[in-house]
Design a protein around this ligand. Structure first.
Ligand code: ADP
Ligand code: GLC
Length: 489
């Protein structure tokens, strides 16, 4: 395939700024596209945490002190680049201290919508300043949702983007970026009001993600099952009708895994490396995990791990009854890393108090501990209410850590229920979003744990699965190509 000019626009890029899987996906996809010879520019905001990090930022030639206007406001931005250590991916960071020099990646501030409108505007301005005509602008989540519309508005007088095609990837339809219609002017959309969703505008709101779905040439989401689910009223979060209208341009592409970072053979953040051929190192990782968390050692009991944003999406309320029941009845360990909603944090903290030495809840964000849990746990719990793709279950598979997941979204596409009769399957999968189904899954996990040959076989099946980006990137390339020749998505 001929090399393309591809702009990737995202609010998160790992390891510079990450709250979830979006950051991993953009960093890995960008790196793989570059490796394949494409000219890739990844655009993200220069948050305060980047400025304070040890990374070196260099002014990008031709992209300094650029005039940008957004509605009545105008100001100047610059683009600074930094190179990611392991993959060599260059990232273009938009410097606008007024909007980005704040704590946190996301804020509750009144101008949050402007912070991300500027990301879209800034990325396009930087392309214009360097006369760099992207073949593809690949927008991620609501944060880049206005970009396809901005591009369309610019195209009336700017030839640079005449052949540019846009892709919008929905990583999570639960976050849409909605603001009151009084923001129209501030967003520079006064003259484009007729292009927004008219009914919703009349109801007083502008929805970034919806606008992206309306104007992107193709819409993708991060698994095939989720692509179907978001077209249903139950799971489309109000956008299902629009997505059904765009069904011909909607594609599901399961995320890949960056095995350079998430694999027990090469992981530099775990005490002992191991592989499917020799799982000896996993025992040492398990030992290290239990001692790091102050949990009692016992090789005969399983360790359940959780690494997650603690939000309703992740379905942890399903554990409210079954997990304490299991802890009361059987000797197991539970290692939880995460932060988020107070009620969930309090629940896990309460569980730790109730079962000292057997449950540890580490509140916060900690990448090395996330790796240690993947390596040291025996099973990994992801009972998600919905899950666009999910990365942790794929990481778990590679670490021989059996995923216990609900059959939804990407979890359905990547984990296969273990069948004792055939010895096939990679994990434990349950269907219903309720406590009895969760209870069944935990019971089946305990049953398989006591059947060591079955557990070992399941681990081997899991570790043999390949979700590498090499494969998935080809699917994006094929999509880009179809768009450029005017074929259906
Ligand atoms: P989501 O993007 O919905 O949060 P994913 O499974 O796609 O879910 O990705 C989550 C990513 O964020 C994984 O790389 C996971 O290890 C990481 N992560 C989530 N919470 C934490 C945490 N508290 N500390 C460290 N890493 C975390
Ligand atoms: C979102 C989803 C998650 C997905 C990630 C990366 O945050 O919740 O399922 O893996 O984006 O695409």
């Amino acid at each position: 395939m001929d090399p393309l000019r591809i702009a990737l626009v995202s609010s998160e890029v790992a390891p510079l700024a990450k709250t979830g899987g979006l950051a991993d996906v953009v960093a890995a996809l960008g790196a793989e596209l570059s490796t394949r010879g494409h000219d890739v520019r990844v655009f993200m905001p220069l948050y305060r945490r980047l400025r304070q990090s040890a990374n070196t930022f260099t002014p990008a030639p031709g992209m300094t002190d650029l005039q940008v206007s957004l509605g009545p406001r105008s100001g100047r931005i610059s683009v600074l680049t930094t190179t990611l250590e392991r993959t060599g991916l260059e990232v273009h960071c938009i410097d606008c201290p007024e909007l980005y020099d704040r704590d946190g990646i996301y804020t509750q501030d009144a101008d949050e919508h402007l912070r991300f409108a500027l990301l879209a505007r800034g990325a396009l301005t930087a392309c214009q300043a360097t006369s760099w005509a992207p073949d593809i602008v690949h927008c991620n989540d609501w944060h880049a949702g206005l970009l396809p519309l901005y591009l369309r508005m610019l195209s009336s007088w700017e030839d640079l983007f005449a052949k540019t095609r846009t892709v919008l990837t929905i990583h999570n339809i639960g976050y849409q970026g909605t603001v009151g219609s009084d923001a129209l002017d501030d967003l520079g959309l006064d003259d484009a009001a007729h292009l927004l969703h008219q009914e919703h505008l009349a109801q007083g709101r502008i929805n970034f993600l919806e606008t992206g779905i309306l104007y992107a040439d193709a819409v993708t989401t991060v698994s095939e099952t989720y692509a179907r689910e978001i077209q249903t009223p139950d799971m489309g979060m109000g956008l299902d009708g629009l997505l059904r209208d765009r069904a011909a341009s909607l594609v599901g592409i399961v995320n890949g895994v960056d095995y350079g970072e998430w694999s027990p053979e090469v992981d530099t953040l775990i005490p002992t490396n191991y592989s499917a051929k020799d799982l000896g190192g996993k025992r040492e990782c398990r030992h290290a995990l239990l001692s790091a968390l102050g949990l009692a050692q016992d090789d005969s009991v399983p360790v359940f791990g959780i690494v997650s944003r603690l939000v309703a999406q992740k379905g942890f309320e399903l554990l409210f009854e079954p997990l304490p029941e299991l802890l009361a009845a059987r000797d197991v360990r539970v290692a939880v890393l995460g932060s988020g909603e107070r009620r969930l944090e309090e629940w896990f903290a309460g569980l730790q108090r109730r079962f000292p030495g057997r449950v540890c809840f580490y509140r916060g964000y900690d990448n090395p501990l996330a790796h240690l849990i993947e390596a040291g746990a025996d099973a990994f719990l992801m009972p998600s209410m919905y899950e666009p793709c999910g990365l942790n279950q794929m990481y778990s598979l590679r670490y021989g850590t059996i995923p216990v997941v609900r059959r939804t979204g990407g979890l359905a596409d990547t984990v296969q229920l273990y069948d004792r009769a055939t010895g096939e399957g990679t994990g434990i999968v349950f269907d219903q979003y309720d406590a009895p189904a969760m209870r069944w899954a935990l019971r089946y996990a305990m049953e398989l744990w006591s059947d060591r040959p079955a557990w070992a076989r399941m681990q081997q099946n899991a570790m043999a699965r390949d979700f590498s980006w090499e494969r998935q990137t080809g699917l994006y390339e094929a999509l880009y190509h179809r768009l450029l020749v005017g074929a259906p998505a």
